[in-house]
Design a protein around this ligand. Structure first.
Ligand SMILES: Nc1ncnc2c1ncn2[C@@H]1O[C@H](COP(=O)(O)OP(=O)(O)OP(=O)(O)O)[C@@H](O)[C@H]1O
Ligand SMILES: [Mg+2]
Length: 578
């Protein structure tokens, strides 16, 4: 298995080493038992020596019990080692994902990360457990049993020497054939999980569009494919048992033939033949186990590659040792910024953007969908890095700051925002864990959320369900704004964050911003002219470029896009009201 992954065994190394040691002891005893049995038959029974039978019988029972105890303990420590290993792996992946930047997250789909954290880890765990038990057991068992056989009958030992590689070869051949099918199954699992997750997440949308049947069909298709692939793989593996049985009975037959001849000639005793049979069984069983573990390891190989991919993903943003921790003020500068989501050679989503915003200003951003408004502001808290040029906050390149400190000072309400399971208090405190209840209330008043929260029977202790589905769209947006405000940022960015809030409340929020947090730079992306009309500066975005900058008054004179939007909303709205 993969070396890099094995590092995660860590504190469970002791158990991982102990398991094969215990297994070895178990096997040693197990191999001696048939020998003892042969003696009981050949000496005790044949000579009618009852004393010998009882004495050896007791030794046999003790050995069997010891072997059992070692076996049980080996199973236990192997289970602990494997479960512990899986736990550590899961932690490592989880922590790694926390280090990911937005760019890193774009590389993996959510459902594929979930599969990696669950199914793939389970596969690796199982393979690890069986490896440390069986891979120690099988070779020792085969070698020792063969040596024991050889001491009794060289002829039969030679017969086994021919059979073992043939059988081993066939079993491994089957496992190898099945391997690609198992890999295909796990790839298809990703698609399956993706469909399930998308549907569960968006269950309400599916219902609203009455798409249940379509989605059922989609799910059925994938699930059918997984079924088919699995059947194919398992059908190949199912050849293992009949092949085994065939070989086993052939070998038994040959042993009986060869051994029977010796017994008739008087060169071998009955008890010896019995123990040879047992050794033969043990060898064949061990080979069967190896082929079983072999299949498992091959499945786990694919899984461990997928786990490794996550662990080896290089976090795009790592703080430098001498990173700046203080953001001087809320100045923002864009200097010849180009940006592409796909890196250096990708399509540019932002083209040569130059922009200077003074600390404390209110800046509105307006523009059609896909004009790169969100892309533009995401560069300020460094959710993504520029492709060319530079973005400065407080006069310094954002890449020079400690990421956490920068994001504490540049608070952003994302366009696709979510709340988390927990009370309103807990949700708002994402902004600042140590904030007092009074501070939480203050930001909620600023965000015009205090009113509706107080009307909930449980007030600020009201529980929010996953994603925030039990509050209205406008309420959720206001809670998200409050959460961002709690950071007391020097720059506050609202990405379409009041789209579901009525115009009056929207105006109250902006008024509160102006009066209560005058020093904070406020950037407001909006579709409504009324949300940005009174800003100190409005940026009109078009197709990844700045089309115009100025106050509403100036833009009305100079900018065609702005004038068109203004007229369609303000004038059109006024006419409609008449
Ligand atoms: N994570 C992403 N990966 C790749 N491309 C993206 C990503 N996010 C956005 N884009 C692309 O970048 C361009 C600008 O998108 P952006 O989200 O900035 O537009 P927007 O102006 O905010 O639109 P809207 O008003 O609908 O929110 C679009 O062409 C979009 O397809
Ligand atoms: Mg957007």
């Amino acid at each position: 298995m993969n070396r890099k992954l094995l590092k995660s065994v860590r504190e469970y190394k002791k158990q991982a080493f102990l398991a094969p040691v215990l297994v070895t002891l178990e096997v040693l005893l197990e191999v001696l038992i048939p020998l003892l049995m042969a003696n009981i038959i050949d000496i005790g029974i044949m000579e009618g020596n009852m004393n010998y039978i009882i004495k050896m019988g007791i030794v046999l029972v003790i050995m069997a019990m010891l072997s059992l105890a070692f076996g049980a303990k080996a199973g236990q420590v192997a289970a602990v080692a494997a479960a512990g290993y899986a736990k550590n792996l899961r932690h490592d992946i989880f922590y790694k994902i926390q280090e990911f930047s937005f760019g890193n997250i774009d590389h993996f789909s959510t459902s594929s990360l979930v599969t990696r954290l669950t199914t793939d880890i389970t596969n690796v765990q199982m393979a690890f457990m069986f490896s440390i038990r069986m891979l120690a057991r099988a070779p020792i068992m085969v070698v020792l049993s063969w040596i024991m056989t050889a001491t009794i009958s060289l002829k039969i030992a030679f017969l086994m020497l021919v059979t073992i590689p043939i059988l081993g070869g066939v079993l491994i051949f089957i496992a190898k054939k099945a391997h690609p099918h198992f890999i295909a199954v796990f790839d298809e699992y990703d698609v399956l999980n993706n469909t399930v997750q998308e549907n569960v997440n968006a269950a309400r949308v599916v219902k609203a569009y009455v798409r249940e049947e379509h989605e059922n069909g989609k799910f059925h298709k994938i699930s059918q494919k997984v079924f088919e692939l699995f059947t194919k793989a398992e059908m190949l593996v199912s050849w293992n048992a009949p092949v085994m049985n065939f070989v086993m009975y052939t070998v038994v037959l040959l042993i009986v033939l060869l051994g029977g001849e010796d017994i008739v000639l008087g060169t071998m005793m009955t008890g010896e033949l019995t123990s040879i049979m047992v050794y033969a069984m043990q060898i064949l069983m061990s080979l069967m186990m190896v082929s079983f573990v072999f299949v498992m390891i091959m499945i786990a190989e694919a899984s461990s590659d997928r786990i490794k991919e996550v662990l080896e993903e290089v976090p795009e943003m790592v703080d430098k040792e001498d990173a700046l921790t203080d953001v001087a003020n809320g100045d923002i500068d864009f200097e010849h910024v180009d940006f592409s989501y796909a890196g250096e050679d990708g399509n540019l989503s932002l083209k040569d953007v130059n922009l200077h915003i003074k600390s404390g200003q209110i800046v509105g951003i307006i523009g059609g969908t896909g004009s790169a408004k969100s892309t533009l502001v995401q560069l300020i808290p460094r959710l993504y890095d520029v492709t060319r040029g530079c973005v400065k906050v407080g006069g310094q390149d954002v890449r020079r700051y400690n990421l956490e400190k920068l994001r504490d000072q540049v608070s952003m309400v994302l366009q696709k925002n979510v709340l988390f399971t927990g009370s309103i208090y807990e949700n708002i405190r994402w902004g600042d864990e140590n904030a007092t209840n009074e501070e939480v209330r203050r930001v909620c008043r600023l965000a015009q959320a205090d009113g509706f929260i107080s009307e909930f029977p449980a007030g600020y202790n009201t529980m929010i369900v996953e994603g925030g589905n039990n509050v209205s769209g406008g309420q959720k947006q206001r809670l998200c704004i409050a959460r961002a405000l709690l950071k007391k940022p020097k720059i506050l960015i609202l990405d379409d964050s009041t789209s579901a809030v009525d115009t009056r409340t929207d105006a109250l929020i902006r008024k509160a911003f102006r009066e209560e947090i005058p020093d904070t730079t406020k950037i407001i992306i909006a579709q409504r002219i009324s949300s940005v009309e009174d800003a100190d500066m409005i940026i009109v975005m078009d197709n990844g470029q700045i089309n115009g900058i100025g106050t509403s008054e100036e833009l009305l004179k100079t900018n065609a896009i702005y004038r068109e939007v203004y007229e369609s909303q303000v004038k059109g709205g006024a006419e409609n009201e008449q």
